[in-house]
Design a protein around this ligand. Sequence first.
Ligand SMILES: *[C@@H]1O[C@H](CO)[C@@H](O)[C@H](O)[C@H]1NC(C)=O
Ligand SMILES: *[C@@H]1O[C@H](CO)[C@@H](O)[C@H](O)[C@H]1NC(C)=O
Ligand SMILES: *[C@@H]1O[C@H](CO)[C@@H](O)[C@H](O)[C@H]1NC(C)=O
Ligand SMILES: *[C@@H]1O[C@H](CO)[C@@H](O)[C@H](O)[C@H]1NC(C)=O
Ligand SMILES: *[C@@H]1O[C@H](CO)[C@@H](O)[C@H](O)[C@H]1NC(C)=O
Length: 407
Amino acid sequence: MKPALSFILAVTLVDVGLCTQLNYTNTSILPLTDLPSFRGIDLQTAHGNSSQLRTDFDSNNTITLTPARAVHYDDVKISEELYERLVYFSKICALTYCITSSELVTGLTFEEGGCPARLEFCTGKEQNPTADRTMVELVLLAESEELGTGYLAVDHEKQVVMLSFRGSTTNQDWLSDFAIYPTPYEPASKEYYDDWVTSGRVSECEGCLIHRGFNVFLKTLSSQFFDRIESIFDSFPAYSLVVTGHSLGAAVASLAGIELRLRGYDPLVLTYASPNIFCGKLRAWVDELFETERIHNWSVSEGEIMFRKGYFRVVHDEDYITMVPPFYEPAGLEIFINHRELPQTQKHLEYRGPSMKLISTESMDTRPAFSSSGIGLGHRLLGPLEKWLHMYEHRAYFILINTCGGF
Ligand SMILES: *[C@@H]1O[C@H](CO)[C@@H](O)[C@H](O)[C@H]1NC(C)=O
Ligand SMILES: *[C@@H]1O[C@H](CO)[C@@H](O)[C@H](O)[C@H]1NC(C)=O
Ligand SMILES: *[C@@H]1O[C@H](CO)[C@@H](O)[C@H](O)[C@H]1NC(C)=O
Ligand SMILES: *[C@@H]1O[C@H](CO)[C@@H](O)[C@H](O)[C@H]1NC(C)=O
Ligand SMILES: *[C@@H]1O[C@H](CO)[C@@H](O)[C@H](O)[C@H]1NC(C)=O
């Protein structure tokens, strides 16, 4: 078990378990509460003031964010093949960073120049044997500052359609992209959702709340977006579908995956380093929609992860972004990377099953705020924001995902 103290925030809480009941009106507390939302807050100032912090941490309104419940299913194997796929899709995520420099070109295969030749992944047969059969079909370019930039590529060799979303390009995006407040969730594909509910295939998403920042993305998803994507899927009906993304891109992939599932597809949603976006009953609903429990049971009984469809999240140890914001929860089945440095190999992976809440409320943390243990608060005082946020851990998912280079 990892120590619980990874990240401490002082907040005013009514009931930690339900973000419906959070009271955000106390602005004197808000900056700390809002910390993982990074919205308009100068973290250095907000958290560099030790007298302020000490006061806040001395109060009992302290919660501890803990890593996900660490149940390691030793009997569920992660095969070499699955490891290779996780590495492959990590690179598929990283390619979204080539969009900024217009280095993804539609209508060409990776090898023909659809993907920058300077990347081994795009041209090197050894790294990517199907590069000559993988066609970039569509590049999605969101408005600046909006989420939703990504691309769609089709691997005709492996017969898979891949939709990948970009996370933020700079830390600054983290500061502006997040809004912590929960807002009622309603799928964009409302008529499909209604059909699912009326036909009893899924419960009504009652009491479902979502991170407001992501709801904005949902609202901007036009039916045109789906029409274009669906026309591509429909050209290759026998192909499987993978929706993926890293960081904020993972959150977008989750939401797009839900919409596609409602529209009758059976995607594999594979997120890397996703922050938490579900609140209230939404996590349970998403798990119902993706049959998370059934896939988990099946994996346990087969002794290996059933990795064809459903919702999976890859989480790197000590990646704080996967633990925030507080009160929000992750969905899906977790694959955990227990090794900090690259390379991360097959033996560094653990299957952890269905995700659970991350927040431990039992332990009001009474340790000194400025412990030198090296975990938790220590980081925020050691210097750069980057280190404090564990940005290295956040990027290191088999490769360093977040630049169009190095793989
Ligand atoms: C939130 O706090 C304000 C000010 O302290 C209080 O008036 C209000 O009733 C609280 N709301 C809830 C839901 O607790
Ligand atoms: C807000 O929090 C501060 C610090 O804990 C407390 O002194 C103050 O009474 C709170 N205000 C309200 C309106 O709850
Ligand atoms: C730190 O916070 C305390 C208490 O709020 C305040 O009195 C002090 O001026 C702050 N110091 C700086 C350097 O901002
Ligand atoms: C904070 O917690 C300590 C230890 O549990 C307790 O003795 C103290 O009364 C609490 N203080 C407040 C203000 O609740
Ligand atoms: C999964 O397995 C558990 C324990 O065996 C069982 O209680 C549950 O009903 C199963 N769920 C599904 C969806 O198969």
